[in-house]
Structure formats: structure tokens, C-alpha cells
Design a protein around this ligand. Structure first.
Ligand code: HEC
Length: 179
């Protein structure tokens, strides 16, 4: 079991590293690489430039393909205390998370975001959500999400895989579901 966890962990780092290398070509996030090596959780500034894929494409990535989505569903109970996850779900304490992947941070009309989230300029991707959930107050200091975070990498992968699966698949460019 420990080996399994370690392997997922390594994969995750590898995926992060790839993402960093891609974004490093176009941005000045040169500190991010050394931060990652030091084991630090990246903050929102590290996600200024990202490659955004469809939910289905993300689900084919190693970390999410092998993730335990049933476990993720159970972990998502924590989010349901404050967020609707279904289509046309109500606004609770937090904005609905249906369709969150590919959405600009802090952009859902009608939700009263904190100033830091309202003025954030990144897109919610699995990698950004992963960093937010690892340490919400560190990722975006001053945000109003009263949630301590999920420390375990494997748990975050499971939760994100579940959210990808139940989320808005109409963001699948080039499939029958696309508009
Ligand atoms: C105690 C209530 C609470 C819990 C529990 C909670 N959230 Fe939140 N969440 C919020 C609030 C409030 C905001 C808006 C924060 C702001 O405006 O700064 C938010 C914002 C977010 C956003 C940004 C959405 C956007 O439109 O930009 C994401 C993503 C998110 N939460 C994911 C999650 C996930 C995933 C979980 C479960 C692991 C979770 N949250 C648990 C209250 C909560």
C-alpha cells in the first residue's frame, strides 16, 4: 500500500513538472521549479498560464485514471456542506462547483466572492484545484473558504477524479457533447 501511494505521489510530481516545463516556456515562473523541489505547495501565481483540457482528457491522465473515484465521492461529502456539485445546483455558502474545470476563478455570476478570488486571473484546472485544496489559505491568501484543506496527495487525486467525472462534460471540445 505504501508503495502504491509512493508511486502515485511520484507520478503526480512528474505531471506537475511537465506542466511547469510547458508554462516555463512562456512565463517568468522561474521560482516555481525550485519551490516544487522543496516540496512547497505552489500558490495561485504559479497558474497564470496553463493548458486547459476537457474533463475527459484530464481523466485519462495517470493520476486521475488510477484514482479511486468511490473514495473521492466520499471525500466530496466535505465539499457538499458548502457547495452544490450537480447541474443547476443552488448557491450554498460557496458557489456551485458544477462546471468548475475550465472556469475562470471567481467568475460565477451572482456569487459574492472575496476580493482576492474575484480579482484572481487563473482558470480552474485539476492542477490549480489540487494546489488550492492542499492549502487553501496559502494558495490564495485572504480567500473566504473556511476549509483546512486535504493534505494527502492520493486523497486529492481521488476527489478531483470524482469531480471531473460528475462535472460538466459539455466542456469536451470536439465530441458529441460539445456545443
Ligand atoms: C465551510 C464551507 C466550505 C467548504 C467545506 C468547502 N468550500 Fe469551497 N468555497 C467556500 C466559499 C465560501 C468559497 C468562496 C471563497 C471566496 O470567495 O473567497 C469557496 C470557493 C471554492 C472554489 C472557487 C470557486 C470559483 O468559482 O472560483 C473552489 C474551486 C472550491 N471552493 C472547492 C471546494 C472543494 C473541492 C471543497 C471540498 C474539498 C470545498 N471547496 C469545501 C466554502 C467552502
Amino acid at each position: 500500500m505504501e508503495q502504491q501511494i509512493k508511486r502515485n505521489h511520484d507520478r503526480r510530481h512528474f505531471a506537475c513538472l511537465l506542466a511547469v516545463l510547458v508554462s516555463a516556456c512562456n512565463s517568468e515562473n522561474s521560482n516555481y521549479l525550485s519551490d516544487t523541489n522543496a516540496g512547497a505547495v505552489p500558490d495561485s501565481a504559479a497558474f497564470a498560464e496553463q493548458i486547459v483540457l476537457s474533463n475527459r482528457d484530464y481523466l485519462e491522465q495517470d493520476a486521475y485514471a488510477v484514482a479511486d473515484r468511490e473514495w473521492g465521492e466520499r471525500l466530496a461529502m466535505q465539499c457538499r456542506a458548502c457547495h452544490a456539485l450537480e447541474k443547476n445546483g443552488p448557491t450554498l455558502l460557496g458557489p456551485t462547483l458544477y462546471g468548475v474545470f475550465g472556469r475562470d476563478a471567481g467568475s460565477l455570476p451572482g456569487f459574492d466572492y472575496s476580493p482576492v478570488l474575484a480579482s484572481a486571473t487563473f482558470v480552474w484546472t485539476p492542477a490549480a484545484l489540487d494546489a488550492w485544496l492542499a492549502a487553501p489559505s496559502r494558495f490564495l491568501p485572504g480567500n473566504r473558504m473556511a476549509f483546512a484543506g486535504i493534505q494527502n496527495d492520493v486523497d486529492r487525486d481521488a476527489l478531483i477524479a470524482y469531480l471531473l467525472q460528475t462535472g460538466d462534460v459539455s466542456n469536451d471540445v470536439g465530441t458529441a457533447d460539445a456545443q
